[in-house]
Design a protein around this ligand. Structure first.
Ligand code: PAF
Length: 293
């Protein structure tokens, strides 16, 4: 079936009405689709009768106006790629459709899961923006399953909390981080790296691999493992914002790794801010984090 683009929630409801009764899979995106998104679409395709993709560059989750303005917008190419992945419907609303005049509601997930890491560096308004738009999108699409990439690990934790707290009837499926040939996590932001910066960015997955190796050799002290990562990131072209090892569920700092822990980092490469993570402490690293070289 060739995909249809709908721009309003009313049209989305009409288009989906005859398809309800069988499973609907939903992949929310901000467009600029890359292989990571396509792997989410393929997973949704294989597990659901109907697949809906949303493309909406959500202004409320951006801190810096310049970052929002620079975010790539490639709708035509996105729709073509999504069609190749076999999706049924694209929901591509305008900002005015999502936030009409007088819009006054914010979904705010509290506690450590939004205070730390990305919340600390981007401000908690970032996750307020994410939670609000994801709640609106889930209410509009009402899917059985919604698919998110594990690269945005904190986002997955926050969305799961929100869905559980608000009783939204949807299964949140987290899929492994999709990685480029040199291990760099695929991100729409990668297109903004110069060729030099792209080469330097390959140090990021190498630093995570070094920590995995140190973990495999028996090191369990989070500070030592974080130092392994920081040592790898020592080049003047990279500016680490944080390198943290936290409990994979609560995102709280941990004293020693017993249960699965999340090693998360954010690094600036020139003007571009990249995030990545791996899980430490489970046997099957590949299936949870994507394969590092
Ligand atoms: O991960 C993203 O692309 C965005 O945060 C999302 C989930 C589409 C909400 O705008």
């Amino acid at each position: 079936m060739s995909s249809r683009i709908v721009r309003t929630v009313a049209d989305l409801r009409v288009a989906l009405a005859p398809l309800r009764g069988e499973a609907i899979g939903f992949v929310p995106t901000m467009g600029a689709l890359h292989e990571g998104h396509l792997s989410l679409l393929r997973a949704a395709r294989s597990e659901n009768a109907t697949v809906v993709l949303s493309i909406f560059v959500n202004p409320t989750q951006f801190g810096e106006a310049a970052d929002l303005a620079a975010y790539p917008r490639t709708e035509e190419a996105d729709v073509a790629l999504a069609e190749e992945a076999g999706i049924d419907l694209v929901f591509a609303p305008s900002p005015a459709e999502m936030y009409p005049a007088g819009f006054a509601t914010t979904v705010s997930v509290g506690g450590a899961i939004t205070d730390t890491l990305e919340g600390a560096f981007r401000g908690r308004s970032h996750f307020d923006g994410v939670a609000t738009v994801v709640a609106k999108l889930l209410l509009a699409v009402q899917p059985d399953r919604a698919y998110f990439g594990a690269k945005d690990a904190q986002q997955v934790v926050v969305v799961r909390r929100m869905v559980s707290d608000l009783g939204i009837p949807v299964e949140i499926v987290a899929r492994p981080t999709s990685r480029d040939h040199d291990g760099l996590a695929r991100s729409s932001r990668n297109t903004r790296l110069s060729a030099d910066e792209r080469a330097v960015a390959a140090v990021i997955p190498r630093s995570l691999r070094a920590a995995q190796d140190a973990f495999a050799s028996g090191i369990r002290d989070p500070n030592r493992l974080a130092s392994v990562v920081r040592d790898e990131l020592t080049t003047e072209r990279l500016e680490p914002e944080y390198v943290e090892i936290v409990d994979a569920g609560s995102l709280e700092p941990i004293a020693e790794i017993g249960a699965p822990a999340l090693l998360v980092l954010a690094v600036r490469v020139g003007q571009v801010r990249l995030i990545d993570n791996v899980i430490l402490g489970v046997d099957d690293l590949i299936s949870t984090t994507g394969s590092l070289p």
